[in-house]
Design a protein around this ligand. Structure first.
Ligand SMILES: [Cu+2]
Length: 221
């Protein structure tokens, strides 16, 4: 009588592992390897969420559920994990992520998946709109990158044009302001140091702090 309990448990395990396929009676799936993929080669602190998928495989290379769940790790500590989602801690360089899965008294580890964390673009563009806003309100660039504004002569509320005036940076050849509103349709600013730089339109925004109305932010990584 005592021997029946483990036999019964083994039968249940096989049934679960085979996903109800039914044709594999008598076959035991042995946790043998672990596949790992990511939804994107890039992990952004400020952009799309990157998710990881770990797939347990048996001795035949077939996916199955051995019970339990995978755990993810990054020795560099540049990312952390919330479930399957990658959370970027240090947005530079690469993260080398592995997954491991412990089940059936065995631990298997996946190959490494490399995520690029250094994903802020060098350049960004912002459009000043007839609705008296900057679009997008916030742009992210690498240190040393350039932001280009256009549409500054587009008329906004009160039929007034726009300009760009920073409250804590001087990107326009040493000037915090690209010119009087409407004096030029486009402007380019270069940012050499990491930080968040706030700006506003002198016709439609306010210096604050914080900046408000027609205003925007440049985040330099
Ligand atoms: Cu404006």
């Amino acid at each position: 009588m005592r021997a029946r309990t483990p036999v019964a448990l083994a039968a249940i395990t096989v049934a679960l592992g085979c996903g109800g396929g039914g044709s594999s009676t008598g076959t035991t799936h042995t946790l043998t390897s672990l596949g790992l993929t990511s939804s994107s080669p890039n992990a952004y602190q400020f952009g799309p969420v990157t998710t990881l998928t770990a797939t347990a495989k048996d001795q035949n290379g077939d996916a199955f559920n051995p019970g339990g769940a995978p755990t993810f790790s990054d020795p560099s500590g540049k990312v952390t994990f919330q479930g399957n989602n990658v959370q970027v801690v240090t947005p530079s360089g690469n993260s080398k992520v592995t997954a491991s899965w412990t089940a059936q008294g065995t631990t298997v580890t996946s190959d490494t998946v490399t995520l690029s964390l250094d994903v802020a673009p060098s350049n960004a563009s912002v459009v000043a709109t007839s609705g008296s806003s900057f679009n997008p309100i916030t742009v992210d660039i690498k240190s040393g990158g350039t932001v280009s504004w256009s549409g500054l002569q587009t008329l906004g509320s009160g039929s007034l044009p726009h300009n760009v005036r920073f409250i804590n940076a001087t990107p326009f050849n040493g000037d915090a302001r690209n010119g009087a509103p409407g004096s030029e349709d486009a402007a380019n600013g270069t940012f050499g140091s990491a930080g968040t730089y706030d700006y506003y339109c002198e016709n439609h925004g306010f210096a604050g702090p914080p900046v408000s109305g027609m205003s925007g932010h440049v985040v330099v990584h």
